[in-house]
Design a protein around this ligand. Structure first.
Ligand code: FMN
Length: 218
């Protein structure tokens, strides 16, 4: 049985393309594998807080030395990390905002990347100071963007701080199997957007069919 963690980060509701497609992804997966588990977190409508000074103090103090204040400061982060570690497959809806991810998604990442929980720090091992701890997972990122040309060789390639930043940080904690599904050109009118959505839907149908079977076989 596979456990999916479904995250939406668009602040929009029914108008959101990333939300619609993450929902379609998860619904198709569940249709093929009804007994698989899905955990849903909507950080677009219920944002996680930015980390603050008590959070940093708690994250860098051994848990056995935590005061009740430090325990409280790191409580939500512990819950988010537990939830992340419990899942096998991540389905993330992440729009492009100003060439990067929405700030709420960055806040979520800052809550997740934790020494001793998602990455180990081993200063004596010069070759591998940081050792990823989140292994054997798959991630699907459904990214909505208004324009196009952010791919390799595209006119905005150098301005794309979305896909590369997610690859860097999730690989840092061990999630190396990451697939992007892009829905784009919403700023170019209905026809181009419809084409892009149809392309994303075809990609989703293929990915769900292949990866849900693979996950079942493991
Ligand atoms: C604040 C803001 C910043 C945006 N920045 C970009 C951008 O840098 N590049 C781009 O192609 N589209 C940009 N867009 C367009 C969104 O990526 C697009 O509307 C996308 O569909 C939003 O995701 P959603 O439909 O899931 O809400 C921006 C939209 C907003 C509201």
């Amino acid at each position: 049985m596979t456990h999916l963690l479904h995250i939406d980060s668009s602040p929009r509701g029914d108008q959101s393309h990333s939300r619609r497609l993450t929902r379609e992804f998860v619904e198709q997966w569940k249709r093929l594998h009804p007994s698989d588990i899905v955990t849903y977190r909507d950080i677009g409508h219920n944002p996680v807080p930015h980390i603050d000074e008590p959070w940093i103090a708690a994250a860098f103090t051994p848990p056995e030395q935590h005061t009740s204040e430090l325990q409280e400061a790191i409580r939500l982060s512990n819950q988010l990390v537990d939830e992340f570690l419990a899942a096998d497959v991540y389905v993330m809806g992440v729009p492009m905002y100003n060439f990067s991810v929405p700030s709420v998604f960055k806040a979520y990442i800052d809550q997740l990347v934790r020494i001793g929980r998602t990455v180990a720090f081993e200063p004596d091992d010069a070759a591998h100071v940081y050792k990823p701890l989140v292994l054997g997972k798959k991630m699907f990122v459904i990214e909505a963007r208004g324009d196009s040309g952010f791919e390799s060789g595209g006119r905005y390639e150098k301005m794309n701080h979305h896909d590369p930043s997610l690859i860097a940080v999730f690989e840092f904690i061990g999630v190396t199997d990451i697939t992007f599904i892009h829905v784009e050109k919403s700023e170019y009118g209905e026809e181009k957007l419809t084409e892009s959505i149809a392309h994303a839907q075809t990609q989703i149908a293929q990915l769900v069919s292949t990866h849900s079977q693979e996950a079942e076989g493991q």
